[in-house]
Design a binder for this molecule. Sequence first.
Ligand code: AMP
Ligand code: MN
Ligand code: ZN
Length: 767
Amino acid sequence: MSGGGDFTGNFDGALAAALGALVKATKAVGRLPEDIEFHRTVDDAADQRLSEVSERVLAMGNALCAGARAGPGPAEIEGVDDIAEKGGDGAWGAAPGFRSVTDTVDTLLEKIDVGLDEVLKTAAHRMRSLAQQSAPVVTTVVAGQQQQQQQQQQSVRIVHAQNIPRPQLQFKDAIDNSSATPFVWKIREKPHARVPLDHGLPSEDMADTPLGQHLHKLGIPRPRSPASPAGSGATTPRRGAPAPSIAQTLAALTASEAGSLRALPHPYEYEITHAEHPKRLFDAGSEQQPAGWDETPFEFVDSEAALGEMMAHLETASEIAIDLEHHDYRSYQGFTCLIQVSSRTRDYVVDALALRAELQCLNRVTADPQRIKVFHGADHDIQWLQRDFGVYVVGLFDTYHASKVLNMAHHSLAHLLKTYCGYHADKKYQLADWRIRPVPDEMMRYARADTHFLLYIFDRMRTELLERGQRLVGVDVGSPDSAHFGELAGMDTVMSAVQPMELVLQRSDQTSLKTYIKEGYDADHGMGGGGWAKLLKKWNHPLTPTQLTVYRVLHQWRDSCAREEDESVRYVLPNHMLFAVADRMPEEAAQLLAACRPTPPLVRLHAADIVRLIAQARKAAQSRINDVRADVEETPEPRRPVHTRFDDSGSPISGDIPRPDVLTPELLASVDDMVAPGSALFGSPTAVTSAAAGTIKGGASPGAEQMAAAARAREIRAGLVLTVAVPQTVVTGAQADREFKRVGKRAVSPEPQQQEEHKAKRPAAPV
Ligand code: AMP
Ligand code: MN
Ligand code: ZN
């Protein structure tokens, strides 16, 4: 950090000073008026001062993040707006800056996860047998860079315990982490069906196909033939839309998107798209205050009997608030740990680990379009319910979508709780280990609060949506003269004829139509959420061609190990270690372990295999590089142009012209896209393109310059050849590792004299 005293060697002093400053800053922020934007418009001096301070804070934030990353990492935050906005998917951070902050925090947490495991392991060793779960340990991390709306909280609480029994060992359903098979439904019965369960599934004619066999193995019911009017599993006769043709279904089923496997169709798609929303959503009814916390009967549901009682109660409720807590560190796909449910009069927290196999009965209320289900930011919840229990939601009202349509300042549940209920949610537990049983009191309170107030929040938002809709009646939305123009313009979309409530319901329907898709693995191109290309791009980590080969092999090893052991990839080998190992390419197990400290258990276990894989990758990369070299040397000079080309003055250009297919900026850009942004190994792509442009234009001494350019073109082509010819490696350089050296942390550049060459050809650019 710049500014402040010199605390070199005095960590405690630095920490105390930093914390003091942080507390002061936080207090000051708390005193800022809520309508700060208004003050900025009326007071120029204040506006300017605020802008200066904002910029300083932003720069400090970036410096802090850079420090925390200690190496290349996510891109910098460019503006305050980057941070303030949460992602459009209703879940956590999609805005670039927010993501950059959360990525940094993720990396820190990842390190803490590994560190805590290590510390707790030795502590546990001393105190008790390894098989026993330790008491929960609460770790408070002062993070400071929470979402802006939670300024009052600077800490993330991580509740950990050592030796938590792996709940998935008790699951009755088999966990299928295979990247070759798509996710298939758990749902067996379909309450509130308007079309049968097997509507749209492949028929038994498909029994011989791999998909048919997979479905059969999993006991998914299929119609006897495509023509059969109602197949097995139907509870009501088919009505409405005709079944899609088998060809359509199969095409949809077998098409795999980049890096992910397609799921089966949504079993309630027809019901969701054809449901009539309950009338009372459009009645400005009364708002019902939530009952007091202590007066509300609360139940932890962890037996079938208790579940039966809860269901009986819910079947009398017309609105139900639901939320989920999830665990994904010690599991490949993750699993739901708790389901919180509130009616107007009762709160429940369901033990989703103990009752995993029994929870499909929830469909009796969740799939009933007449019972309004209120969630906040349900994108993930919807998918987790399908994946773990075969539970679907018909009739969703998502308060996140409502907060967007109402154009509220922030869209988190914490903000809604504060705005409507004056309740300060303790979001510190968001990242707690929800597998811990018995659930510690403070975690239980946190979980329960997530739904306790939600129906009242729904009431308030419904009132506001309907009021706003009233004011819209007869308003010429497009006219700036309209008294409501400002208000309308403030809405997050062009509202035109759509009423705010309708808009929320449409978006909520879209959310409830989400299907869980198991992540595939795209070894060749690294596409998909967990793909190697995305990670490389995100980290912007420079790698030589050989290191890149090693990185890809490690990435794939990590993925298959995680699938096999049912662990998250970050448990198997955290990202920062993956890059550290790719950098060092250790030749012996001891070196590997030294690159990963503290060593993740699965790395220790498989150290010999990993080292062997690295050696193979290095060898393969080297021999490919040699092959391509030989190929380049044998390649004849570029062909002469078939068409005559003219320079700017209209004179014909003669001589060798590099093949345009090699040199198009698009092509170069796409290659650059495939690899880390910082790895334009020839210098910047612009430099290459302008070098080529120089050739085509000819010039004073066409001969020498064109020869040089043609040579460059061959190099570039060799790079592309290598890219295409080496399915195991994407390499942007035609040259071997040692011909490149790392300059600074991010850039990989050619040798100095080549760099000079580039500079000479590059048009002078402001730095
Ligand atoms: P919530 O809806 O806020 O209660 O969050 C539900 C679950 O989502 C939590 O149990 C976590 O597993 C996960 N989750 C919530 N927030 C985050 C976050 N910022 N980063 C990663 N996971 C999160
Ligand atoms: Mn949630
Ligand atoms: Zn929650």
